[in-house]
Ligand binder design. Structure first.
Ligand code: ADP
Ligand code: MG
Length: 329
């Protein structure tokens, strides 16, 4: 048999950090850059106090503000994305506080992944591919179909063979790369509609774009090896919703601030990365982790792109993100 999938590096959880440029608003407010990046791997607080208290973080890759999304994709997501072509479930997350660049990053990652997937399909004429697209949003532990918002909250069902499935979620067969881009743009528009009804919706909700990729060798090649896997592109709720500290001294009720799915995901990732794959992993504690269970841990591949603001005014949230990133690698 010819090998089916593309050649990819194998690490179970790939963690990278991306720092966006200062925004024009931050510049206008005389905000300052709080971090130095050295060797594309280490991020160091410019604040001497922090430096003495562990203000230095090292990762496989730290992308500085001048770095285009293409590089972020190539070094922080591509190998994971392409493994789905070879039958290995894959998930790419953007994790970070609101306004740190998650949506900006995932948009570019999705574009590049679409290009790469269709390039591989073109270069692999001996295989027949079937791609299906679905997209959902989790908001307050309620699952909504981004291809059919009117359908209302969707239930999760436990299928003995496929694990957790989202009941009645639309799965569109993808005709070609153009069609796939179109489907992604529909979801983006849908998410923005949700945004106007409650202006911090995107800070509270998770978006999952799921591409199911099935392929088999064409009959005349005399070999019947087939692959089935999904690639999940996940734009998470703002990471400020995973930290307890923020609720202290504010009027926000804990229940409305803390995001169950995000908190559970961080616990699951920490457990997986500390090698506790055999112990209890609380996938079932949230909708997000139930839906992603078969694409996390086990044989699955995960990339987490942690996005941070460079601004001094956001330094505490950036530190929280960097601590999470450290515990995830
Ligand atoms: P989030 O989804 O984390 O809330 P966004 O992706 O919406 O954040 O980014 C906030 C703002 O910063 C947007 O206007 C976005 O275009 C801009 N931005 C984010 N990352 C970058 C980047 N790497 N380069 C340039 N602009 C960026
Ligand atoms: Mg966003």
């Amino acid at each position: 048999c010819t090998p089916g999938g593309p050649k990819v590096r194998e690490e179970n959880i790939l963690v990278t950090v991306r720092m966006r440029p200062l925004s024009s608003k931050e510049i206008a407010a005389y905000d300052l850059v709080a971090w130095d990046i050295t060797n594309h791997t280490t991020i160091v607080s410019k604040n001497l106090y922090h430096e003495r208290h562990g203000g230095s973080y090292t990762f496989d890759k730290v992308f500085d503000p001048t770095c285009p999304t293409r590089n972020v994709y190539e070094e922080g997501a591509r190998d994971v994305a392409l493994s789905a072509l070879g039958g290995i479930n894959a998930t790419i997350f953007a994790y970070g506080q609101t306004s740190s660049g998650k949506t900006f990053t995932m948009r570019g990652v999705a574009e590049d992944a679409v290009k790469d997937i269709y390039k591989f399909i073109k270069l692999t004429p001996e295989r027949e591919f079937l791609l299906k697209f679905s997209a959902l949003e989790i908001y307050n532990e309620t699952v909504v179909d981004l291809l059919n918002r009117e359908s209302g909250p969707l239930r999760l069902l436990d299928d003995p063979e496929r694990g957790t499935v989202v009941d009645k979620l639309i799965e569109e067969v993808v005709k070609d790369d153009q069609h796939l881009r179109h489907l992604i743009s529909i979801c983006e528009a849908q998410r923005q509609i949700g945004e106007t009804s409650l202006n911090d919706r995107s800070s509270r909700s998770h978006q999952i774009i799921r591409l199911t990729i099935e392929s088999s060798l064409r009959e005349d090649s005399g070999c019947v090896k087939s692959f089935l896997a999904s690639l999940n592109l996940v734009d998470l709720a703002g990471s400020e919703r995973a930290t307890q500290a923020n609720t202290v001294g504010t009027r926000l009720k804990e229940g409305s601030h803390i995001n169950r799915s995000l908190l559970t995901l961080t616990t699951v990732i920490r457990k997986l990365s500390s090698g506790k794959r055999s112990g209890h992993i609380p996938y079932r504690d949230s909708k997000l982790t139930r839906i992603l269970q078969t694409s996390l841990g086990g044989n699955a591949r995960t990339a987490i792109i942690c996005t941070i603001s460079p601004a001094l005014s956001h330094v505490e949230q950036s530190r929280n993100t960097l601590s999470f990133a450290t515990s995830a690698k």
